[in-house]
Design a binder for this molecule. Structure first.
Ligand SMILES: [Zn+2]
Length: 270
């Protein structure tokens, strides 16, 4: 059994890019923990921030349970403002989670890809990748040891991105794509927002897309299904796995130690 720890900015980040993979990890008996940095209160054209905070925590837990995530740790930072929080504090909170959960594998936004427009994603990417790189260094945040949390080494770093680069790990999600879509649909407020945002694009572009334009945003499930299947097919095509749907990651394993062990391979977990 491996432990997997995911760092995301918003409930649904993980589901969009890694939901099928996470469901596969969980189904294989691995233990998944999710850290969600913000309170998700900006993502709506309909609900106030206060109304959002009331529903988003439930949606976060609902989606996690569909994927088999064992534990969710919400940090409650203000949505959209994470880039303006103290990065040293955020990195310390992520490192504390690593030292507590003791993961074999950490996953987060890739800090080294282009065109990431959301400041929360960039903040999580930077803080989490630093936390997973240095959590085994005792002189980083030595106060954690006083709380009974010793340094911990994270062997595998998995990164997802909107505009991915250098992906070297692909996961066949044919058996879990339905679970991924079901988990996304648990994020009702966020999926309504997703469809309404697509409708903004349709209106502004002047294009004719009746499937989107003529739809109540609350009837989001067919849109999300089509969106995820299309994305999964595109990754599968690139992956060379021969499957119908896939997810892709840039993965760094054990500091590249394989170069010291010619002829040996490290087993795959999913
Ligand atoms: Zn996000």
């Amino acid at each position: 059994m491996k432990r997997v720890l995911v760092f995301e900015a918003h409930g649904d980040d993980m589901e969009f890019f890694a939901g099928g993979t996470i469901a596969k990890f969980a189904a294989a008996g691995h233990e998944v923990t999710l850290v969600c940095a913000t309170d998700n209160d900006k993502g709506s054209f309909e609900l106030s921030a206060q109304e959002m905070r009331a529903v988003r925590d439930q949606e976060l837990l609902g989606a996690a349970s569909v994927l088999g995530v064992k534990r969710v740790i919400p940090l409650g930072y203000a949505d959209g403002d994470l880039g303006y929080a103290d990065p040293r504090v955020l990195r310390g909170q992520f490192m504390r989670a690593i030292r507590e959960v003791k993961p074999d594998i950490c996953m987060t936004w890739d800090p080294f890809t282009h065109y990431e427009g959301h400041p929360d994603h960039r903040a999580v990417a930077t803080a989490a990748s630093e936390a997973m790189s240095f959590a085994h260094f005792p002189n980083f945040y030595p106060e954690h040891a006083d709380d009974g949390l010793p340094p911990h080494y994270v062997g595998e770093h998995w990164f997802f991105a909107k505009a991915p680069r250098d992906q070297n790990k692909f996961v066949d999600i044919d058996t879990t794509i339905d679970r991924k879509i079901e988990a996304l649909c648990q994020h009702e407020a966020q999926m309504v927002l997703t469809v309404m945002d697509l409708q903004h694009h349709v209106r502004a572009s002047g294009l004719d897309v009746p499937f989107l334009a003529g739809r109540s945003a609350h009837d989001f499930a067919p849109v999300i299904e089509q969106m995820m299947k299309r994305a999964g097919e595109a990754v599968a095509k690139r992956s060379g796995l021969g499957c119908r749907y896939a997810e892709g990651f840039r993965r760094a394993r054990f500091g590249g130690i394989e170069a010291w062990a010619p002829g040996q391979t490290i087993a795959e977990d999913v």
